[in-house]
Design a protein around this ligand. Structure first.
Ligand code: NAD
Ligand code: ZN
Length: 341
């Protein structure tokens, strides 16, 4: 079968023939319909330092998907052939204190599909049933294929009460853009989204941002003044991984405000800690999605009117994956989908 493989320890990705997966006990075989390219996949494509330290070669990559179950392994009872499924890319140990307490997103031994073990950019993949999410088939497949990053956005945005609050989102990547739509649905008053990329800020507007700020041209403070915001944002969602963006956020917060950090900062990031101390800010790190409360919430939000369609900007057949990665690298895209039909 066909798969997109990190074949060599160098930049690039290769369309290869790989062996058909064996369906082990407790696994389900999924025939892929649509997969989506994540920023992580672009890191692996580019073969940056993190990828060199993390990714075994050769390996099929990819972790965002929707597909149809075509076979179930021994012991699988609740998922059946024909079901439309997506799945959690984090495989957890099931034995540590957090796993036993039902806080599986905090497992100390998490492994990533398409990162530490075989991924799903393939015609078929066999996945532990404990990671499978049974989809509502009335939700469009393009949307189902991005449940993983939508889940990052939902997990981060719903960390704090948003009803009537003013929300600052730094970073209008696909996840920041989706967070704007979620904040809107959750009843936020003002949703201000920052980036340095106008294409992406336009998408954020379509997804419900009250105002967008290109911080290369305008300050967050000037937009706060326009909106009549005197004391700062109640909630901050850091979704850029950029040090300047994080520091801008700290400066724009209401005293006692709450910040959820999803963006992955580099080692060079520095923060004026006394602003956190004296302004009484709360910081919460976010990893992955809550299993499976986040999946439940995103399904329910979509069923009750959340519309994230504008974030999906490109669709390619998997054989044209190079085009998909190029457009992701250009920054002139939201989510890019690869079609396996
Ligand atoms: P992305 O890289 O597509 O988006 C980041 C955006 O930040 C870009 O549009 C970029 O132009 C913008 N940006 C750069 N400098 C900025 C500045 N000074 N101010 C405001 N914005 C600025 O990323 P994504 O896929 O949307 O993911 C968002 C972040 O979350 C990334 O850092 C990613 O690595 C991280 N992430 C974390 C988890 C987790 O589990 N913690 C999971 C997925 C992604
Ligand atoms: Zn665990």
């Amino acid at each position: 079968m066909d798969a997109l493989v990190k074949k060599y320890a160098e930049p690039g990705l290769w369309l290869e023939k790989v062996p058909f997966p064996e369906v082990k006990e407790g696994e389900v075989l999924v025939k892929m319909r649509k997969t989506a390219i994540c920023g992580t996949d672009v890191h692996i494509y580019n073969w940056d330092k993190w990828s060199q330290d993390t990714i075994p070669v050769p390996m099929t990559i990819g972790h965002e998907f929707v597909g149809e179950v075509v076979e179930v392994g021994e012991g699988v009872k609740d998922i059946k052939v024909g079901d439309i499924v997506s799945g959690e890319g984090h495989i957890v140990c099931g034995k540590c204190r957090n796993c036993l307490a039902g806080r599986r997103h905090l497992c100390k031994d998490t492994e990533g599909i398409g990162v530490n073990r075989t991924g799903i950019f393939a015609e078929y993949a066999s996945i532990p049933v404990t990671n499978i999410w049974l989809c509502d088939p009335t939700i469009p497949e393009d949307v189902l294929s991005i449940f993983d990053p939508l889940g990052n956005a939902v997990h981060t945005a719903l960390s704090f009460d948003l009803l009537g609050e003013d929300v600052l989102i730094t970073g209008a990547g696909p996840i920041g853009i989706m967070a704007a739509a979620i904040a809107k649905q959750a009843g936020a008053r003002y949703i201000v989204v920052t980036d340095v990329n106008d294409y992406r800020l336009e998408l954020a507007k379509k997804m419900g941002a009250t105002r967008v700020v290109n911080v290369a041209k305008q300050t967050i403070r000037s937009v706060m003044d326009e909106l009549g915001m005197k004391e700062g944002f109640d909630v901050g969602l850091e979704m850029s991984g950029n040090a300047q963006a994080f520091n801008d956020m700290i400066d724009a917060m209401f005293h006692g405000g709450k910040i959820a950090l999803l963006g992955i900062q580099g080692p060079e990031t520095t923060v004026d800690w006394n602003k956190i101390v004296f302004n009484g800010l709360f910081l919460k790190g976010i990893y992955g999605r809550e299993m499976f409360e986040t999946w439940y919430k995103m399904t329910a939000m979509l069923q009750s009117g959340l519309d994230i369609a504008p974030v999906i900007t490109h669709n390619f057949h998997y054989t044209e994956f190079e085009k998909g990665f190029e457009i992701m690298k250009s920054g002139q895209s939201g989510k890019v989908i690869l079609n396996w039909k």
